[in-house]
Design a protein around this ligand. Structure first.
Ligand code: ZN
Length: 218
């Protein structure tokens, strides 16, 4: 797998420091699982963050040798994900999603939301902001044009799509600002399945969007 598009460093830094929202974090975690380069970079950022934290945090004399609670949480929650891909490579559901999305992309209970477009919303913790869902698009099918409320991250899990920015293939992550409007078109042969997260609900435009919006809850 040759990955061409990665999260930008601000996104990766927020992820590594645990300050990225839950929906966006889920997408970055799935990318990091597939991308040794970002896995190494996230670990490097964590080490820097942990070292800074140790310097900044006042350490009571009695527990000088104890790792702080925050540091324990950081190291516990961030195993070396790049090494997590093992023999079950046929199951192309990212490991970090399996608890909420099931073991395989082919077994997702897709819901059709338009011609050639299916989705499966994924649950977030109670009170968590944003939106996380799997999206399946038929070959050659365009997604409705939309802008974003806040950042949006899209990770290609299978197939490919192209938009104004380029062609995104399996493992590629599109890290878009809220001023970007784009209209991805799925690969003519294979279509695509992606994991998509936004800080807010995406805002679709145009007639198709007006038809779409009440149905999808986007
Ligand atoms: Zn990467």
């Amino acid at each position: 797998m040759t990955i061409k598009f990665h999260p930008d460093s601000a996104t990766l830094m927020s992820f590594a420091s645990g300050s990225l929202g839950e929906a966006l974090s889920a997408v970055v975690a799935a990318h990091v699982e597939m991308c040794p380069r970002c896995a190494a970079e996230a670990r490097r950022m964590e080490r820097i963050g942990a070292a800074m934290f140790e310097q900044l945090a006042p350490t009571p004399m009695s527990s000088a040798a104890e790792p702080t609670a925050a540091l324990q949480t950081m190291t516990k929650e961030r195993p070396a994900r790049a090494a997590n891909r093992d023999e079950d490579t046929d199951a192309d559901m990212p490991r970090t999603l399996r608890k909420i999305a099931g073991p395989e992309l082919d077994r997702v209970p897709w819901r059709r939301i338009g011609i050639g477009v299916w989705h499966y919303p994924l649950p977030l913790s109670p009170g968590a902001k944003g939106d996380l869902r799997l999206l399946k698009v038929a070959p050659g099918q365009a997604m409705p044009e939309h802008g974003h409320g806040g950042a949006e991250l899209t990770l290609l899990l299978r197939g490919s799509y192209r938009d104004e920015i380029g062609t995104f293939q399996t493992g590629d992550l599109a890290d878009l600002d809220d001023d970007v409007e784009h209209r991805p078109v799925a690969d003519l042969q294979d279509g695509c399945i992606c994991l998509i997260a936004s800080e807010e609900k995406a805002k679709f435009r145009g007639l198709m969007a007006r038809l779409f919006q009440p149905l999808t809850g986007f």
